[in-house]
Structure formats: C-alpha cells, structure tokens
Design a protein around this ligand. Structure first.
Ligand SMILES: N[C@@H](CCC(=O)N[C@@H](CS)C(=O)NCC(=O)O)C(=O)O
Length: 280
C-alpha cells in the first residue's frame, strides 16, 4: 500500500484490511455491537474510562476535587478496554452514543446525569463543585477558549501526527510533514502563551491546564509517540516548565495512575479505582 498509487473510488466502501494500529476497532457504523450492562459501584460518580490522555483529564480533576474535601466527587472508575471493543457494549453506548472514553454517570442527581466528551465532563464537574473554573466572565471566557483550543487541537496531535508517525502501517511523508508542522505550531502557541503566565490562563490552575497537560505536557515530558527528538520538544521551554510543575501536584500524580494495568514492577498504575485507599 502506498499513497502514490491510491485513487479514490466513486463511492467509499469499508476496507477491513486497511491495516495500522486500531484498524480492528474502527468501524464506519455507530451504535452497540453487543449487549453488555455496565458495572455500578457505591460512589456518586461512575466513570467508564481508560488511562489515555482524554481519560486522565477526568481522573485528575476528580482527585483534585477530593483533595479539596468534596465527598461528592468520590468515584468508581471502571476500565473500558477500547482494544477489546468495550466501547461498543450496549450499556456504554447508552452513556456515550459516540462510543469513546471517557464517559461519566452522575448518580447523585435525579434523574442520573450522563456526560460524554472529556471537555464537557470537565466543565460539568467544575461547575457542579464550583472549583477550577473561573466565575468572572472574562476569566471564564479565557478558560473556555483554552479548553476548546485543546479539544480542537489534540486530534491533529493524536489522530493526525501520532497516527501517521507511530501507528500507520507505513511511513508517508505527506501526512507526517503536514501534521508535524501543525503540532510544532501548536507547541509554539502554548510556549508563547506560557512565556508570562504560570498556568494556561494566568496565576490559577484550572480545567484548561487539566485538559492540555495530558496531551502536550506528556508530549514534552514523556516522549509520546517516540517523537521527542523528531519534534525537538525540549525547545519549548515554557511548556516544559509548566508541564513539570503540574506533574508534581499530588492530585495529578494520583489521577494519572488510574485506568491502566501496570506496565511493570516499577509502574504504580491501577486499572480501576473504587476507594481512595486504592491509590494510597
Ligand atoms: N473528543 C473525545 C475524544 C475521545 C476519544 O477519542 N477517546 C478514545 C481514547 S483516547 C477512544 O475511546 N477511542 C475508541 C474508539 O475510537 O473506538 C473526548 O475528548 O472525550
């Protein structure tokens, strides 16, 4: 398969042999593929998720809220294994018709409230507890601007650059160039914003930081997609400084551990969280 020879047919059809990582879970059809009820725990918040950048945003916010003493933020985190197709189970699709993690069910409201899309979950929880979201209209607008910036930008990083640089069945110059250019531009946007700001919106840490850090913070600190050298991520010094500071927050450290099996004896990750002591 090379991009030079491909000429699109008149009507696209589903080629199940398209290859690449995740090819087995991608489908052009929405909805459930099988009946499966979701487990339910004892806490107000039921989180069905995975420790990916989008999933970590939510566990970090919940841990920050718990650190402030909000008992209503107690949560059960259940693992949705997207590699096995858990996101297409009927119970999960009822909470998120888009079949992607994270999805939240708030059982403290009557009727229960379902929330999907990580950005919507962050806003929902921040508003519910009145924390990590500014109330002043101008400050709130700045927070929303950066939160939505992340929601719009990260697909270029993950679905665009990450996919073609790390996951596609072959290396194609055209998409790698296109998305590397865009990701470096995004890093430059962040770096310039952080030149005179401690956090994304100023002096206060808020949900915009929590949304952006698992994507661009991981990119500059954790060699995401094995691309640290290729993208020269260390040159974005303000992003590195900001990312390091957030990584040191105790609640960040707890939240970032939830949602994946440990990769080895040194890794303190936990697949599910049902009690604060699971992370102690
Ligand atoms: N815009 C969504 C994106 C969620 C998303 O892409 N989740 C991925 C994992 S990070 C997923 O569940 N993929 C499964 C699939 O595509 O079938 C959000 O921010 O919540």
């Amino acid at each position: 398969m090379t991009d030079e020879k491909y000429s699109p047919p008149k009507v696209w059809t589903w080629d199940q042999e398209s290859g690449g990582r995740f090819a087995n879970i991608n489908r052009p059809i929405s909805g459930a593929t099988h009946d499966k009820e979701l487990p339910v725990g004892k806490h107000p918040m039921q989180l069905y998720s995975l420790g990916t950048p989008n999933g970590v945003k939510v566990t970090v916010l919940l841990e920050e809220l718990l650190a402030l003493g909000y008992e209503g933020a107690e949560y059960d985190a259940y693992l949705i294994n997207i590699g096995n197709g858990d996101q297409f189970g009927s119970g999960f699709v009822e909470i998120n018709p888009n079949s992607k993690i994270p999805a939240l069910l708030d059982r403290s409201s009557e009727p229960y409230t379902r929330v999907f899309e990580s950005g919507a979950i962050l806003v929902y929880l921040a508003e519910k507890f009145g924390e990590f979201i500014p109330t002043d209209p101008a400050a709130r607008a700045e927070c929303m601007s950066w939160l939505f910036w992340q929601m719009g930008s990260a697909p270029y990083l993950g679905g665009g650059f990450g996919h073609f640089y790390a996951y596609a069945p072959e290396k194609f110059e055209y998409p790698i160039n296109r998305f590397a250019m865009e990701v470096k531009r995004q890093l430059d946007v962040l770096d310039k914003n952080l030149e005179n700001r401690k956090f994304i919106c100023g002096d206060e840490y808020n949900i915009a930081d929590m949304a952006i850090h698992p994507w661009y913070g991981y990119l500059v600190l954790k060699n995401a997609y094995n691309a640290a050298e290729f993208l020269d991520v260390k040159s974005y010094k303000n992003v590195v400084r900001w990312a390091e500071e957030i990584s040191e927050r105790p609640a960040f450290k707890r939240g970032a551990r939830v949602g994946r099996p440990p990769s080895g004896p040194e890794d303190n990750a936990i697949p599910e969280r049902h009690d604060a002591s699971d992370l102690d």
